[in-house]
Design a binder for this molecule. Sequence first.
Ligand code: ARG
Ligand code: ZN
Length: 477
Amino acid sequence: MLCGLAACSTDAGVTARRSEAGVDPTDSQPVPTQPTTPQTAPIDDPNRDGVGDVLFPELGNPGIDVTHYGVAIAYDPATDVIDGAVTIDLELTEDRDAITLDAQGPEVTEVVVNGTTTTFLMDDPELRIDLPDKGRSGDSLQVVVRYGLHPYPQPSAIGMNNGWYNSPGGSYVLNEPDGARTWLPCNDHPSDKAAYTFTITVPAGLTAVANGALGDHRTEGDHEVWVWEETQPMATYLIQVLTGDYEVVEGTGPHGLELLSVVLRSDLAAMQPALDTMSPQIEFFEQFFGPYPFDRYGIAMTDSFGGLAMETQGRSLFSRDDFGFGVQQMLLSHELAHQWFGDAVTPARWQDIWLNEAFATYGHMMWLEHIGEQTVGAAAAEALMFRSFGATGTPGAAEMFGYNSYEGGAVVLHALRLQIGDDAFFTLLQRWVAENNGASRTTQDFIALAEDVAGERLSAFFDEWLFAGRTPTQFPR
Ligand code: ARG
Ligand code: ZN
């Protein structure tokens, strides 16, 4: 599903994209005699390899809209080798005779389109695929990519690595923002959400885990096959794949919500307090954010290095090493809040990252206040005091996961709450999720909804708090 891009975003969003691309729509240009946007751009045009994300120009692939990924992976943590095949159901959104996918590392051995083996070029980080027959906008294609690799976390422009990690007892993935393409050929941009089936084959005795519901689990010789189904639209950066000695722990949350967590068998007792936190936290957030947006929730406790926490869709990912040190309440509530903000409603462009991190930070501040720690007012005042220069609304890639997105973003939300009042603020958060669940949205979309809910123009407010390099030093009163 493709959203948030020109095809389905508001006029404001399109204008914003154009000006970000360096095209000022108000500039008076000589009237071109040729159409400025050709229907089918040449495949060797470097500007056409991505979907125009200013922070990650090569991410995404024009002309395609993925509806379903069938991810089939055989993996053995001992050899750390992936033998993969991904079946991608997609729709063409342009007439094309070739398409690209994002792939940075996978060694592709074969590509099949609608049953016909076709020619391709591995042009890292793009996989260029020739369509056997010329495709028309609206055509449905099934693309099968077979590949292999020895996966390695790759450096990202965010200043950290991401991708597939081999851990002492198995493996896990940390994809945000551009790690999925390092182990899975895909349309690696949050504007294109899709459904997934994961079929993961591991040596007998290991558990393989992915997002969604456990569909099937069978033994085939000395291997086990685990099938997981994620039917709700998901961005590639929210994929969870784990292998290891995991126990699947099922339960029931508020109003019958299905809970499905995975913890290392040796950690079962130690992780019980974390498992017990899920229901009260979900109940708490539902009062403010509206109904929990997915079919189930859970936590996954890996044997990764400490300091890892990620809002993988429907089941947040944590490091076992972070538990027992007093940060668990913050981490658990932060990643849970992301299920509404980031997972249900996903940023259409990486510059909109504050739509994720500001909201999850504000959520964990609310939970910490609820359990008797620092009040939201005090946390926000402290965050404002330490706020560094730079605009929360327009981070560079290296600042995406920095102070101005998290605490600085919470400052913007707290200022907005004081500006429009509690009723309008929480109505806004609830409507944002209820009206956009399953879609990808821009900051402009959020501002438009805020103005609608508040019944006032807020451009001056957002200019001061979200887009100015230096924010006010006092909250609105
Ligand atoms: N979204 C994560 C969080 O909840 C941060 C992920 C950062 N990405 C990374 N590759 N470490 O805050
Ligand atoms: Zn976060």
